[in-house]
Design a protein around this ligand. Structure first.
Ligand SMILES: *Cc1c(COP(=O)(O)O)cnc(C)c1O
Length: 227
């Protein structure tokens, strides 16, 4: 098995220019994150604020931190102090809370709208048809800056099966860009994970989020998805 820093180096080497790698930390211990950073990782993606806090306390601003998990409103206060980007905004209520908390600390938060591209009942994210209205509302918030879209897409067995979900997200991305909303810069399209990132890049992704392909299948013992 190749090492974490070699995996990062290989993936970074494979990415076409202008594409960014978010290392999906998924509760990996700090040594593993350090190895990823040694391999050239510059952005760490965290699903849980509490885990992000622990890693941030040690690693700090030597890398950028992206929130890639569903963010609860009661965690926003801590989240805005850590994250450089929140990729998972899917309601105006959440956007307003980010705005309010950012105002208090004098920060403007770059955000992506998470799109529920598979329209799955149990998944977070805004349905594609709701993204335009959400973007229009977010554009009015002074301390939140909309910069693009993110999607997970349904779990599939073959990477190719993800393509329609990436494609629809790309279409929504173009639609929002055309609205030319004041203060909105549609710059980032975050899609694709270990199995699907090549397809995602073909469909226009410029941020890919990779965990398993860097750390392997094994999750840290005790990693707690309910945090
Ligand atoms: C875990 C996770 C990833 C990475 O998935 P892998 O299949 O491990 O590469 C990407 N994005 C989000 C939101 C995740 O939760």
């Amino acid at each position: 098995m190749s090492s974490v820093n070699e995996n990062v180096r290989r993936i970074l080497g494979e990415l076409p220019p202008g594409r960014q790698l978010v290392v999906a930390a998924k509760g990996q211990p700090l040594e593993q994150l350090a190895a990823a950073i040694e391999g050239g990782a510059r952005i760490i993606g965290e699903n849980y604020v509490q885990e992000a806090q622990k890693a941030f306390d040690v690693i700090g601003n030597s890398v950028q931190w992206h929130c890639i998990g569903h963010l609860q409103k009661n965690k926003v206060k801590n989240a805005v102090a850590i994250f450089d980007m929140i990729e998972t905004v899917d309601s105006i209520e959440l956007a307003r809370e980010i705005d309010r908390r950012c105002k208090q600390i004098g920060k403007v938060m770059p955000v992506l709208i998470e799109v529920n591209s598979g329209r799955e009942a149990n998944k977070s994210g805004a349905p594609p048809e709701d993204v335009a209205i959400l973007a229009t509302e977010i554009a009015k918030l002074a301390n939140v800056r909309l910069m693009g879209l993110m999607t997970m897409g349904p779990t599939v067995s073959q990477p190719e099966e993800s393509r329609p979900y990436f494609r629809i997200t790309r279409q929504v991305f173009e639609e929002i860009a055309k609205l030319d909303l004041p203060g909105v810069t549609m710059k980032y399209l975050s899609m694709g994970m270990t199995n699907s990132y090549q397809v995602a890049i073909e469909e226009g992704a410029n941020i890919v989020r990779i965990g398993t392909g860097i750390f392997g299948e094994q999750r840290r013992e005790g990693a707690n998805p309910s945090l």
